[in-house]
Design a protein around this ligand. Structure first.
Ligand SMILES: NC(=O)C1=CN([C@@H]2O[C@H](COP(=O)(O)OP(=O)(O)OC[C@H]3O[C@@H](n4cnc5c(N)ncnc54)[C@H](O)[C@@H]3O)[C@@H](O)[C@H]2O)C=CC1
Ligand SMILES: O=C(O)CCC(=O)C(=O)O
Length: 528
């Protein structure tokens, strides 16, 4: 059998040598196909290799009847419909490490260009203007760099900025004070980082949670004259809010490598003299392109020839016999993880997963990975899967412990997930009721009985007459219909919780109003 591989974006020739050398594969390189042309011929291929240009949509995947694997030569997989790939049984692999260095170096180049007006001054000189007055810059030394997202690239940027004698202060949901100390950098909440920085650079993935993370409210929190850098993904910064912040002189300058829509040449931000930009060049070095092409080519060949991919993005890899036994619990375990991560605002340090009852007789490690996936997805996005979840958790310094216990509290099976942070321990427990499906049966010390599904509102409140009514009235005002409600309390007049399942997601404004009600200690919207 000869596997057909299509390369539809420009990849490094040296990088695709593993493909050229492999037996049983044939490569076609066609980097100028229109979406229609690609859709027409995709059924001929077993593998597709892309960078960020090719849009691998649901429609394209549905036409790819022979496709087994999509290789993304780079980190971000936002040009690939992962859900569709998973649904159609197509493995997606990426190359998460190969371009880290280049992206970090590009970010530093942007910060320095911004500080010293290099692109603007060069542009003037090219147009025969010897202008020294207009381009007085600022030093980086002793300035504070705020790093939002301290993953692979953010950490490399932080390290380099220290070399420029900048003070670095970072925010990342997985960053602990101890880890920051070890790295020799400051640590703060997002708000603290925004308030204290002279330069702000974002290095998160683009997720539901990070879309417009830097918005008008965020700009208002920043110092006057702050400078902003985005070499991660367009859309993390709200472009309209950035435009207004520059026009009103709140922001002194911005350096953008990425845009909400790409490719783009006609954009009002590009008309501002304070904005410098590059056309998504963060990973465009000979070295990065070679690294990512090698990594992804090796993974594609390994997978096509029956091996396990090193960097799978979407598919679980579980032996069939094990899968048959534990499959019914998969839904429950991931939902428990998602529910708990929404209750945990601080960095997780340790996760304990307890299996009781029938669950003591099965191989549970795939369930552990699936639970951890649920715990991490909110902040790491869709590239966390059952294969890489525990690995990613460990990389974030989170210890994962799996326990089998005889204490099933009267249930035939019980799965308890406990997360420890520097503020204490939170936990949830769930069970699979015979014929009735999954149930959430415990949140911290409160017993409940809730189907872990759909949109929820979790409220911590004081057990007082009127507290429940006030919540109900406010939700009604927000036109959020309550489907079910569960209340648990520690003792009469003491601390209590409400779990409401509602017909639609509770928006930020509604959430903020709920928090203002008397006797309410905390409110979280959870979408399962
Ligand atoms: N311009 C370019 O050519 C390139 C851009 N990228 C982009 O750079 C970004 C970062 O890549 P990596 O560092 O490799 O990813 P990574 O996964 O190693 O790091 C991302 C970090 O963001 C954190 N994060 C998630 N939500 C957050 C939030 N709400 N606030 C603060 N932090 C949050 C995560 O905890 C994680 O530590 C990605 O968007 C990637 O696609 C990557 C390579 C080249
Ligand atoms: O392929 C490229 O040049 C873009 C790289 C990138 O944005 C990524 O790896 O996330």
């Amino acid at each position: 059998m000869v596997y057909q591989i299509l390369v539809s974006d420009p990849l490094s020739e040296d990088g695709i040598q593993p493909l050229r050398k492999a037996d049983g594969v044939e490569i076609t390189i066609q980097t100028a196909l229109t979406p229609e042309q690609l859709a027409e011929k995709i059924h001929e291929y077993d593998a597709l290799l892309v960078r960020s240009q090719t849009q691998v949509t649901r429609d394209l995947i549905s036409k790819a009847t022979n496709l087994k694997v999509i290789g993304r030569a780079g980190v971000g997989v936002d040009n690939i419909d992962l859900e569709a790939a998973t649904e159609f049984g197509v493995l997606v692999v990426n190359a998460p490490d190969g371009n880290t260095n280049s992206a970090a170096e590009h970010t530093m180049a942007m910060i320095m260009s911004l500080a010293r007006n290099i692109p603007q001054a060069f542009h003037a000189l090219k147009h025969n203007k010897w202008d020294r007055k207009s381009y007085v810059g600022v030093e980086l030394k002793n300035k504070t760099l705020g790093v939002v997202g301290l993953g692979r690239i953010g950490a490399e940027v932080a390290f380099r900025a220290k070399g420029q004698r900048m003070n670095v202060k970072a925010y990342d949901p997985f960053l602990t004070e101890e880890k920051a100390k070890k790295m020799g950098i400051g640590y703060g909440t997002l708000e603290e980082v925004l308030q204290s920085a002279d330069f702000i650079t974002v290095h998160t993935p683009l997720l539901k949670e990070t879309k417009h993370l830097i918005n008008q409210k965020a700009f208002e929190q920043m110092k006057d004259g702050v400078q902003i850098v985005n070499c991660a993904r367009g859309g993390i910064i709200d472009e309209e809010a950035l435009y207004q912040a520059i026009v009103t002189k709140k922001v002194a300058g911005a350096a953008l490598d990425v845009f909400e829509e790409e490719p783009i040449t006609d954009h009002k931000l590009l008309e501002l003299p304070e904005v410098i930009a590059t056309p998504h060049l963060g990973a465009s070095t000979k070295e990065a392109q070679e690294n990512v092409a090698i990594d992804v080519s090796k993974d594609v060949v390994t997978f096509l020839t029956g091996g396990l991919a090193r960097n799978p993005v979407n598919l679980p890899s579980v032996p069939k016999e094990v899968m048959n036994k534990i499959e019914p619990y998969f839904h429950l375990s991931e939902k428990l993880g998602i529910f708990l991560t929404n209750l945990t605002q601080e960095a997780m340090e340790e996760v304990n997963i307890y299996y009781a009852g029938d669950l003591t007789d099965v191989e549970v490690s795939p369930l552990t990975r699936n639970t951890v996936k649920g715990l991490l997805k909110r902040h790491l996005g869709d590239h966390v899967n059952d294969v890489n979840a525990t690995y990613l958790a460990e990389k974030k310094g989170i210890t994962i412990n799996e326990h089998k216990t005889s204490s099933s509290k009267g249930f035939t099976n019980l799965l308890t997930v406990e997360v420890r942070t520097n503020l204490g321990t939170r936990s949830v427990a769930g069970t699979l009721l015979n014929g009735l499906g999954a149930r959430l049966v415990k949140v911290d010390d409160y017993s409940v009985d809730v189907i872990p599904e759909g949109h929820m509102v979790f409220v911590r409140h004081k057990d007082q007459p009127g507290a429940i009514g006030r919540v109900g009235t406010l939700l009604a005002k927000e036109l959020v219909n309550i489907a079910t409600m569960q209340v648990g309390r520690s003792n009469v007049g003491g601390d209590a919780i409400m779990i409401l399942t509602v017909d639609k997601h509770l928006e930020k404004e509604g959430l903020e109003q709920l928090k203002q009600l008397s006797d309410i200690y905390g409110v979280t919207a959870i979408d399962l």
